[in-house]
Design a protein around this ligand. Structure first.
Ligand code: AMP
Length: 410
């Protein structure tokens, strides 16, 4: 399948070509045609599947064909849970609309609102926004949503996790009843289904095809260790293994800060990224991590969600998430073109029940190891223990759509 057969205009095909994409990803193949037919779409896709282009390309095509209004009211609204994701979506919109006469901008909180208010005055066709700042600026009458033709909810599951349900409802009330709705979500809980039912009309359901190539397996390792010795162990892994780029997940913001400090004290360049960090600090940390001046990025789930970082050789769960799906999202960050990535979890006694939930979701058993000198003081259940050298096991999540980008980079 090539992009030419999807019904996209020459201007968009040129932009796609410039990006270097040769074939559409599965989600693009499936989502673009119904969106161009002006249908509502419910898409099951997570970061890495090419989902952003999946909705951005047809959205731009529809807007470029529609009637231009002199004042350029917002005609397409893309809602995202985080500032980072909003900024990335805007980058995509800008890249794909390079040869079109369409204006786009992003608004999110945590930065001065005045430049955003000024920019809105000039008119904008595509607005990418996080819910809170959008409502703020609407309350200040800095924008109108009365002309929105297309609404996109990107990473809708995260928006609900982050408590945006009420904001979303308020935003829906500001939109015209007649519009096209696109909802993208990695997981489909009862709440997401309810949200989708309330927004979408006879939606076409599209899903990214599951990955099944063996070269992309993720090596999952569990190490049993006392909670209080985890920092020591992870520092040992990073130093002795000479790891250059590691993404570490902690459950809390304070935990992320504490661990970062300990690493820095041991001479490992590290930065924390979470909701309490200013936008500037987050951008700086992410930039340093991508450039290689920061070796370790310590993140909470919400902050890491949607981050546009290349696939990494090492992902560490400093603490296991209590939501099993988050484990799948986290380990999906690892894996290198043509080689396996390593996802390491440090598991304390208190987290054993989380392992059970994760195993249930993955449909397989995970073996755990103990590092000599880091033996847990509380003994674990017998069934969970195996000798170190026999327990390396390759596995991959069954329920997950693997990363499209991986395939394209091989
Ligand atoms: P996304 O899932 O939208 O975050 O996209 C994941 C990555 O895949 C991004 O770096 C995109 O630039 C890239 N990408 C999207 N579509 C394609 C494609 N058709 N071919 C190759 N790479 C793509």
């Amino acid at each position: 399948m090539s992009f030419n057969t999807l019904g996209l205009s020459d201007a968009l095909l040129r932009a796609i070509d410039k990006k270097g994409y040769t074939v559409p990803s599965p989600i693009q193949e499936k989502a673009i045609p119904p969106i161009l037919e002006r249908k509502d779409v419910l898409a099951s896709a997570q970061t890495g599947t090419g989902k952003t282009a999946g909705f951005t390309l047809p959205l731009l095509q529809i807007l470029s064909q529609g009637q231009k209004l002199r004042k350029r009211p917002v005609r397409a609204l893309v809602l995202t849970p985080t500032r980072e994701l909003a900024a990335q979506v805007l980058d995509n919109v800008r890249a794909y609309s390079e040869f079109l006469d369409l204006r786009s901008m992003v608004i999110f909180g945590g930065v001065n609102a005045n430049p955003q208010i000024r920019a809105l005055r000039n008119g904008v066709d595509v607005l990418v926004a996080t819910p809170g700042r959008l409502l703020d600026l609407h309350n200040q009458r800095a924008l109108s949503l009365a002309n929105v033709e297309i609404l996109v909810l990107d990473e809708a599951d995260r928006m609900l996790d982050m408590g945006f349900q009420r904001d979303i409802n308020k935003i829906l009330n500001l939109l015209p009843a007649k519009r096209q709705n696109l909802l993208f979500s990695a997981t489909f809980s009862k709440e997401i289904k309810q949200l989708a039912n309330g927004i979408l009309h006879h939606p076409v359901w599209v899903e990214a095809a599951p990955e099944n190539t063996t070269a992309e397996k993720i090596e999952q390792k569990l190490y049993r260790v006392d909670q209080k010795r985890k920092s020591e162990l992870i520092i040992k892994f990073i130093s002795e293994g000479g790891w250059k780029q590691v993404l570490v997940f902690t459950r809390t913001k304070h935990g992320a800060n504490r661990l970062t400090k300990k690493m820095v004290a041991e001479g490992i360049t590290a930065a924390a990224i979470h909701g309490n960090k200013s936008q500037g600090a987050r951008t700086k940390a992410l930039g340093g991590f991508k450039k290689g001046t920061i070796r370790v990025l310590v993140a909470t789930d919400i902050a890491a969600r949607g981050l546009d970082i290349p696939l990494l050789p090492h992902v560490v769960n400093f603490e296991l998430p209590n939501i099993s799906e988050d484990y799948v999202h986290r380990i999906g960050r690892t894996g290198r073109a043509g080689a396996s990535g390593e996802a390491i979890s440090l598991v304390s006694q208190e987290e054993i029940s989380y392992v059970k939930g994760i195993e249930k979701l993955l449909g397989e058993k995970l073996q755990s190891e103990i590092v000599a000198g880091f033996e847990p003081t509380v003994s674990f259940e017998k069934s969970a223990s195996t000798p170190r050298n026999k327990s390396r096991k390759k596995a991959k999540p069954k329920s997950n759509n693997r990363n499209y980008n991986r395939r394209s980079r091989r």
